[in-house]
Design a protein around this ligand. Structure first.
Ligand code: FMN
Length: 249
């Protein structure tokens, strides 16, 4: 973490340049904590438990979304659209359909699981949904044309949106904000689109649950797959030994 001393004018410029948001700041010198990129990469985690007594100000949400909006996209399409949701009824409805669907899917996939075991798997989702300050539905205009994607069999528009989501996630980490995404697949996709009143031609990528984390995350908990198994030299399957050494440093 770098602490930078900046005066009023510089701070405003700093915020404006980075985030295109104007805000009022005190006249005295302020200390700005700047989390470095690699620190944010290592500290980013999926947060599923937020402090419900602390509401994140809308400007802060806009600040992290503006970081997302700097993400690159083919032809500079910027296909993303953000729906900010803080209405408790809408949040409740979106939470309910997600939870019920998750339970249905788990019952189908794992018929041997007891109700308690299923609940243990969905409970973190329930907590995340109930304690988040905001939901942000990340939507996009599907701009894929066959001429562009041909037989790639992926949505390029969605790929750009996932880039944007990861920028938002890193910015949230730098701001000390907790975030976890949740998708609305299967039977609830159309239902969620309807709740969000998405017009024709627009799709829902996922919903971000955002709030101040109950516990300040110490850093990445998940283990990473050895990079040596992921990096290939010249052709697939020809692994490089040095890759894993780099990762461990
Ligand atoms: C596209 C996408 C969808 C995800 N969907 C969910 C989800 O529905 N529920 C959830 O709790 N976490 C979800 N996650 C978070 C992942 O589970 C989490 O990022 C992963 O386990 C790695 O943990 P970490 O982010 O804490 O490092 C999603 C992540 C991504 C990138």
């Amino acid at each position: 973490m770098k602490i930078k001393d900046v005066d009023d004018h510089d701070f405003e410029k700093f915020v404006r340049n980075g985030n295109q948001i104007r805000a009022k700041f005190p006249k005295q010198k302020v200390k700005v904590e700047i989390m470095e990129l690699y620190e944010a990469l290592n500290k980013r985690v999926a947060s599923r438990s937020f402090d419900p007594s602390k509401q994140i100000p809308e400007e802060t949400v806009l600040k992290i979304l503006s970081a997302g909006a700097t993400a690159p996209s083919g032809e500079n399409y910027q296909p993303w659209e953000f729906i900010l949701i803080k209405d408790k009824n809408t949040m409740k409805t979106l939470a309910k359909i997600k939870l019920e669907s998750r339970k249905r899917v788990l019952r189908e996939w794992y018929p041997d699981l007891s109700d308690e075991e299923i609940w243990a798997r969905v409970e973190p989702q329930d907590v995340a949904m109930k304690t988040a300050s905001w939901f942000v539905a990340v939507c996009y205009k599907n701009l894929d044309t066959f001429a562009e994607i041909g037989n790639m069999r992926i949505s390029l528009s969605l790929a750009y949106v996932y880039g944007c989501i990861n920028y938002i996630w890193l910015a949230a980490t730098a701001e000390g904000i907790g975030l976890s995404p949740t998708v609305y697949p299967y039977d609830i996709y159309d239902e969620a689109k309807e709740i969000l009143r998405l017009p024709a031609g627009y799709e829902l990528a996922l919903i971000l649950r955002i709030g101040y984390p109950v516990k300040k995350p110490k850093g990445r908990k998940r283990s990473l797959i050895d990079l040596n198994r992921k990096v290939h030299s010249e052709f697939f399957g020809n692994h490089r030994e040095e890759a894993s050494q780099l990762q461990n440093n």
